[in-house]
Design a binder for this molecule. Structure first.
Ligand SMILES: *[C@@H]1O[C@H](CO)[C@@H](O)[C@H](O)[C@H]1NC(C)=O
Ligand SMILES: *[C@@H]1O[C@H](CO)[C@@H](O)[C@H](O)[C@H]1NC(C)=O
Ligand SMILES: *[C@@H]1O[C@H](CO)[C@@H](O)[C@H](O)[C@H]1NC(C)=O
Length: 383
């Protein structure tokens, strides 16, 4: 044997080549047969898997094992964790699409603590931040903050502030124009990316909370309705702004008006970001003197989900001074008597029952009111 092996190795190169070339077709055939066998084996295996497990997973087990070693296996957290950075590179179109995702299974397979999303629509600074910080203190995990400001605005909140890094990608807005509704949809869409957000409140830099956090949180969470002051105004500033070209999507009897400062639940927030039916009609046919931010959401939601609307607002403003704009309060306005006037003697419906807590927020407060507000808040606002 040993000799023969030795002989083999001494076969002249030319002969060896001849032998190899004769062997080659056989080798190819062997390989081919091996692959065929493997292929048939895999087909049977997948048929078996599909039949008995209903899985159509073509990844061979060895590759799975490799993935397991290299990266953390994907858990549910990937889908339920709030984005840690609010800045993203999605266009509005991409963002609205992503934000419209809704789970079909209604029961959450994890403990979901619903949050209130405070969406600040502002040009720049939020002068009343110290008041809001005091209001929110100790309630981490029950709220989130989103800020839409001028794209050129550079915020300067210290990294310890709850307002730090809460800006969303923003664009220039014009009062009374569709760009304002775009900003509100952008706020809603960004807030929808956090699956824990359940109630969405639009606030401005001149808004203040009127009760402590626990009261406001429970008031919103337990409400069957969303707080949009939708009403049918027969006058020139209501029905007078309706344009017949909006039919048949919107007809005159469905036309509604409301203040811009709304509160909606998650379902209505999704309706707003996913809308492609009413948006083009309002964009084209509701231009100044039709102020689209006063009509688009209330009209659309009244048509789609009338049973979810309280038809009243929770943001108080003072129109008693007359004119086109509500009153702005300065330092000397904020007194004990002022809070009594705003909070006392109210009556409205909450879940179809009479209640005296009607407004949860108030505006418009100038920056100079911060000092008296901080001073009077513990006694009159409860925080
Ligand atoms: C909030 O205010 C209510 C009523 O004033 C009070 O009963 C409650 O203890 C307050 N909650 C907190 C956390 O301060
Ligand atoms: C307006 O729309 C409603 C609901 O679709 C419909 O019942 C009503 O007849 C319409 N009115 C007019 C004037 O078209
Ligand atoms: C709000 O108004 C709509 C019609 O515009 C109505 O269907 C709904 O019942 C009203 N909501 C409440 C709480 O009354």
């Amino acid at each position: 044997m040993a000799i023969e092996e030795g002989k083999d190795s001494m076969i002249p190169i030319t002969v060896s080549r001849q032998a190899q070339s004769r062997l080659l077709p056989l080798r190819i055939l062997q390989f081919f047969m091996l692959f065929l066998a493997l292929g048939i084996g895999f087909s049977f295996l997948s048929m078996f898997m599909i039949r008995y497990f209903g899985v159509q997973n073509a990844i061979p087990p060895s590759q799975n094992g490799l993935q397991f070693c290299l990266e953390e296996p994907l858990g549910l957290n990937r889908w339920i964790k709030a984005p840690s950075n609010l800045m993203h590179k999605m266009s509005d179109k991409e963002l609205l699409w992503r934000a419209s995702f809704v789970p079909k299974v209604k029961k959450y397979p994890f403990k979901r603590v619903p949050k209130v999303a405070f969406m600040f629509l502002t040009r720049g600074d939020l002068p009343l931040v110290p008041l809001w910080e005091r209001f929110l203190k100790g309630h981490e995990g029950l709220y989130s903050i989103y800020i839409h400001s001028l794209p050129t605005y550079q915020p300067s909140y210290p990294s310890t502030s709850i307002f730090h890094n809460r800006q969303i990608p923003s664009q220039v807005t014009e009062w009374g124009r569709m760009s304002l509704c775009d900003a509100e949809r952008r706020l809603l869409a960004n807030a929808l990316l956090d699956i824990s957000n359940e109630r969405f409140v639009l606030v401005s830099e001149s808004c203040i909370p009127l009760y402590n956090f626990s009261i406001i949180y429970h008031y919103l969470m337990k409400s069957r309705y969303s707080f949009l002051g939708a009403f049918d105004d027969p006058g020139p500033y209501g029905r007078g702004r309706y344009n017949e070209n909006m039919a048949p999507e919107v007809n005159l009897s469905q036309w509604r008006k409301a203040s811009q400062w709304f509160e909606v639940n998650r379902k209505l927030a999704v309706s707003i970001v996913e809308d492609t039916k009413y948006y083009p009609k309002f964009e084209e046919f509701c231009r100044p003197a039709c102020y689209v931010d006063e009509h688009y959401f209330p009209t659309m939601l009244t048509i789609q989900s009338p049973g979810l609307l309280a038809n009243r607002t929770i943001t108080w403003v003072d129109w008693s001074r007359g004119g086109a704009h509500p009153a702005t309060f300065g330092k000397s306005d904020v007194t004990e008597g002022f809070f009594k006037r705003v909070l006392e003697g109210r009556n409205c419906l909450y879940n179809n029952q009479p209640i005296s807590v009607c407004f949860l927020f108030a505006r418009k407060f100038s920056p100079s009111t911060l000092e008296p507000l901080l001073e009077l808040a513990p006694k009159f606002l409860g925080f």
